[in-house]
Design a protein around this ligand. Structure first.
Ligand SMILES: [Zn+2]
Length: 179
């Protein structure tokens, strides 16, 4: 995992050297045109609140951990997302989130280092879910959004990937920290 000083930097965080955005076909968006960024993780400063467009889709599409970037397959998968519960007419309650899932120990690492998660814990608002079943989606951007990101109006281009949580179990912080 990359570090900035002593702070671990998540796989999907973007870096200041990667700020440029452009439209190109993306293999992590099933070959469709998508908003892309250059890839130079580790150069410049990390932007914790700004996921890298390509690595975010890669993590979602390949099932990689948001924090360490390694495969989740066969491991406990954890969501710490703030996304709220929605009723999906066909399948019952679901959560649609843009944050990739994490290994349990990587989620535990995140709550130790991430200021916004620490705030959630202090406020009693942290949501910890052990995820059983998901479905992948790709967000299609409006022309205004592509204009904002890339300076060109191109509605329908893919932005972030999203996963819909279809089945999960709520867990406690002590469960997470026992990882
Ligand atoms: Zn991990």
């Amino acid at each position: 995992m990359l570090h900035f000083g002593s702070v671990p930097v998540p796989f999907t965080a973007s870096w200041t050297s990667e700020a440029a955005m452009f439209i190109a076909p993306c293999r992590f968006a099933r070959g469709h045109e998508a908003v892309c960024q250059p890839s130079s993780a580790g150069e410049g400063k990390p932007l914790f609140g700004k996921p890298h467009m390509v690595r975010q889709r890669q993590a979602m599409e390949q099932g990689l951990c948001d924090t360490c970037g390694r495969l989740l397959r066969g491991r406990t998968r954890v969501s710490l997302s703030h996304a709220s519960l929605r009723m999906n007419a066909a399948e019952g309650p679901a959560i649609l989130q843009v944050e990739p899932l994490m290994h349990r120990e990587c989620a535990a690492l995140s709550v130790r280092h991430c200021p916004s998660l620490k705030r959630d814990i202090a406020d009693g608002k942290i949501e910890i879910r052990r995820v059983a079943r998901t479905r992948l989606q790709f967000a299609q951007l409006t022309g205004d959004a592509t204009m904002e990101f890339c300076g060109i109006r191109r509605p329908g281009v893919v932005g972030h990937a999203k996963i819909e949580l279809l089945a999960w179990v709520d867990k406690t912080l002590s469960w997470l920290e026992g990882a």
